[in-house]
Design a protein around this ligand. Structure first.
Ligand SMILES: *Cc1c(COP(=O)(O)O)cnc(C)c1O
Length: 231
């Protein structure tokens, strides 16, 4: 099988999962954007997927992403930063990405706003640490609403919603409960502060169906799209 055939087949598989998952809960498949989580994957493979119709990729590591961008400059592609944000890296993040998923502090949002070199606002998603895990970044459920209010007042960025990575759970019912919590927090925060955040970045290879059932608008898929990550 050629690489382009492989990319087409893999994209088709994920698109079918999106179709089935949205249909099961009466949503339209166009409400869920596929983001290829392309960390560790080489630029040639990513190019084949973009040729096959992938319109957005998410990268975790800044230097790797910048290298990849140089190889993929000719493509029409939305760039999402989905990794941990170090505050001394915000300038490079602002210069290279259309969406930033891991915002969890006012300072980081403010720096990205100040360092945005383009006339359009950069889209931000606040990472929520749903399970209060010490190993994960993200704003706590209790701090998040007020932080959203503050970030939404900045110029040159637009706060578009939340990103969550819940801890692995035994059952799909438990996965669903975690995603439902993110959905409710978004609705409550919008209502409390009169905001219009409209995105939930949630769902990966193993839990995209549960995430879509609970209102996900962006799924970040690595393994089940590109294949296993090279070591
Ligand atoms: C790697 C990664 C993904 C993709 O994970 P898979 O299980 O391979 O689909 C999604 N989101 C983030 C933040 C990641 O780091």
């Amino acid at each position: 099988m050629s690489n382009l055939d492989y990319a087409a087949k893999q994209l088709n598989k994920i698109r079918n999962r999106i179709k089935d998952a949205t249909k099961a809960v009466g949503r339209d498949e166009s409400e869920v954007e596929l983001i290829g989580a392309s960390k560790m994957q080489n630029h040639q493979l990513v190019r084949d997927f973009v040729t096959g119709g992938l319109g957005a990729i998410g990268e975790n590591y800044l230097q790797e992403a910048i290298d990849k961008r140089q190889h993929l400059q000719d493509l029409t592609l939305d760039w999402h930063f989905i990794g941990h944000i170090q505050s001394n890296k915000t300038k490079l993040i602002a210069e290279n990405f259309d969406w930033v998923h891991g915002v969890d502090r006012l300072k980081v949002a403010r720096r990205i706003a100040e360092q945005n070199p383009r006339p359009e606002p950069i889209n931000l998603l606040m990472q929520i640490n749903l399970d209060n895990e010490a190993s994960k970044s993200g704003a706590s459920v209790t701090q998040a609403p007020q932080l959203c209010d503050q970030i939404s007042q900045l110029e040159n960025v637009q706060l578009r919603g939340f990103m969550v990575i819940p801890k692995p759970r035994e059952s799909s019912a438990e996965q669903a409960a975690a995603f439902a919590k993110a959905y409710q927090l978004l609705a409550q925060t919008n209502q409390k502060y009169g905001l219009t955040m409209d995105n939930l970045s949630m769902g990966m290879s193993n839990d995209l169906e549960a995430a879509i059932a609970q209102g996900s608008t962006m799924i970040r898929i690595g393994t089940d799209l590109f294949g296993a990550r090279p070591a």
